[in-house]
Design a protein around this ligand. Structure first.
Ligand code: S3P
Length: 425
C-alpha cells in the first residue's frame, strides 16, 4: 500500500464496530439461552475467527456483514469439536475461549497463526488449571497448541500480575460455571466490556476496587446487542486530524467506555482540540461523537493507570509524539512486547526508517519532537495496528510511504484505506 501526504482531514465518518465488544457479543450469545441479535458487529478477520470456532463447537450462527444472529442453546449445548479450533491472529478469541472450554467436559485443541504461537498463554492456563481444568501446551501451557479437557471447576481468587481484560474475562467466564465465588484482582483496571455485557445478559457480578467477583451456576439469556464504533479504530483518524494542519474531523457513534478513552486524554494533554459529545448508551456502553481539530502539539508523559486505557493506541500515539514539542516518555507499557508483534520493537524500527527520533526502553519508548518524517519503505510486520499507525505517519511525511503487508489491517478494520480516502483532502 502506498500512502501520500495529505493537505487536511475534514468531514465526518463512522468506524466499524468495536472488536472487543463484537467478540464478546457472539461468545455470550453462544452460551446464552435464546436468540442474540447483533448489529454493528465488526466483520474483521479476528471476530470472524471467533464465529468460526463457535460454529465448530456446534453453535448455529448467521452472519451477513455487520448483522449476526446467534442461536444460543445454553452453556452446555457446546459439542466436542471434530477438528482443531483455529483462532487465527486473535488473542481475545483464544484466551476467552480457553475460559469457556475449561468448563466443558470434552477435549478441544486451540491453535492460531505464527503470531499467536509466540504469545504468552500461561497467564490464562495457570489459573484455569488451578480451577481444575486439564490444559496442556508447549512449554508447560505457555504456548499453542493448547489442548483442553474441562469439567467441574472450583472457584479461586486470582491476583493477576498484569492488567489484562483477556485474562480477567477468561476467568469470569469459567467462574460463571465454577463451584463458589470466583474473584479476579488486577493491578489496574482493564477494559470492562465482559462485565458490562454479562450484566446485560442477566448475570450478577460485583466490583470492589480492581477486584471483580462472580458466583458460579448463573445462566445467560440471549439479547439484542448494538455494537458501538471501535474507539481503537477511530484513534487512527483522531490522531491523523490532530497531526495534519487545517484538519477538522468528527467520528460518529464511537464507544466511550472510560476504560478505553485514554487516547482522548492524551490528545487533550498534547494540545489537540477535542470535543466529546455523549449521545446515548448501547448494551451498557456509553456512545457518542468525537471531534478533533489540529493545534500545535506538546510532549506529555504516559504511564501508570493510563496504560491499560490506551494500550492498543500506543503505536499511533508514538506517531503523534513525533510531532509534539519536547520529549514524550511512555513507560509501564511492557505488555506491548507481547501483542500481535513486539510493538515496542516494531514501532521503533519502522518510525526510525521515516526519520523519527525514537528509542525503545524495556517498558516503553522515548520520542523526541517535533521531527519531520520522510516517506520510506515500511512493513506492518503482519500487525494490523502497526500497518494503520504507519499509514497515519505517511499522511504527514515528505514523499510517499510504502507499507508492506498492509492487508493485515483487515484483522480489525477491513476498509481502513477506503475510509481514509473519503476524509483526506
Ligand atoms: C482485549 C484486551 C487487551 C487488548 C486487546 C483486546 C480484549 O489485551 O490489547 O486488543 O478484547 O479483551 P490484554 O487482555 O492482553 O491486555
Amino acid at each position: 500500500m502506498r500512502v501520500e501526504p495529505v493537505r487536511a482531514l475534514r468531514g465526518e465518518l463512522t468506524v466499524p464496530g468495536d472488536k472487543s465488544i463484537s467478540h464478546r457479543a457472539v461468545l455470550l450469545g453462544a452460551l446464552a439461552e435464546g436468540r442474540t441479535e447483533i448489529t454493528g458487529f465488526l466483520p474483521g478477520v479476528d471476530c470472524l475467527s471467533t464465529i468460526a470456532c463457535l460454529r465448530r463447537l456446534g453453535v448455529a450462527i448467521e452472519q451477513e456483514g455487520s448483522r449476526v444472529t446467534v442461536h444460543g442453546a445454553g452453556w452446555y449445548a457446546l459439542r466436542e469439536p471434530e477438528d482443531v479450533l483455529d483462532v487465527g491472529n486473535s488473542g481475545t478469541t483464544i484466551r476467552l475461549l480457553a475460559g469457556v472450554l475449561a468448563t466443558q467436559p470434552f477435549h478441544s485443541v486451540l491453535v492460531g497463526d505464527a503470531s499467536i504461537a509466540r504469545r504468552p498463554m500461561r497467564r490464562v492456563t495457570a489459573p484455569l488449571r488451578a480451577m481444575g481444568a486439564h490444559i496442556d501446551g508447549r512449554a508447560d501451557g505457555e504456548y499453542t497448541p493448547l489442548a483442553i479437557r474441562g469439567g467441574p471447576l472450583r472457584a479461586i481468587h486470582h491476583v493477576s500480575p498484569v492488567a489484562s481484560a483477556q485474562v480477567k474475562s477468561a476467568l469470569l467466564l469459567a467462574g460463571l460455571q465454577a463451584d463458589g465465588e470466583t474473584a479476579v484482582t488486577e493491578p489496574q483496571r482493564s477494559r470492562d466490556h465482559t462485565e458490562r455485557m454479562l450484566r446485560a445478559f442477566g448475570a450478577e457480578l460485583t466490583l470492589c476496587g480492581t477486584t471483580v467477583r462472580v458466583r458460579g451456576g448463573q445462566r445467560l439469556t440471549g439479547q439484542r446487542v448494538e455494537v458501538p464504533g471501535d474507539i481503537s479504530s477511530a484513534a487512527f483518524f483522531l490522531v491523523a486530524a490532530a497531526l495534519v494542519p487545517g484538519s477538522d474531523l468528527v467520528v460518529r457513534g464511537v464507544g466511550l467506555n472510560p476504560t478505553r478513552t485514554g487516547i482522548l486524554d492524551v490528545l487533550k494533554a498534547m494540545g489537540a482540540e477535542v470535543e466529546v459529545e455523549e449521545t446515548g448508551e448501547a448494551c451498557g456502553e456509553p456512545v457518542g461523537n468525537v471531534r478533533v481539530r489540529h493545534a500545535p502539539l506538546a510532549a506529555t508523559a504516559i504511564g501508570g493507570d493510563l496504560i491499560p486505557r490506551l494500550i492498543d493506541e500506543l503505536p499511533v500515539i508514538a506517531v503523534l509524539a513525533t510531532q509534539a514539542e519536547g520529549v514524550t516518555v511512555i513507560r509501564d507499557a511492557q505488555e506491548l512486547r507481547v501483542k500481535e508483534t513486539d510493538r515496542i520493537a516494531t514501532v521503533v524500527a519502522e518510525l526510525s526508517k521515516m526519520g523519527a527520533r525514537i528509542e525503545a526502553t524495556p517498558d516503553g519508548m522515548i520520542i523526541h519532537g517535533p521531527t519531520p518524517l520522510v516517506g520510506a519503505r515500511c512493513d506492518s510486520h503482519g500487525d494490523h495496528r502497526i500497518g494503520m499507525a504507519l499509514a497515519v505517519a505517511g499522511l504527514i511525511a515528505d514523499g510517499p510511504t510504502e507499507i508492506a503487508r498492509a492487508e493485515a489491517v483487515a484483522v480489525s478494520f477491513p476498509d481502513f484505506f477506503d475510509r481514509l480516502r473519503t476524509v483526506a483532502k
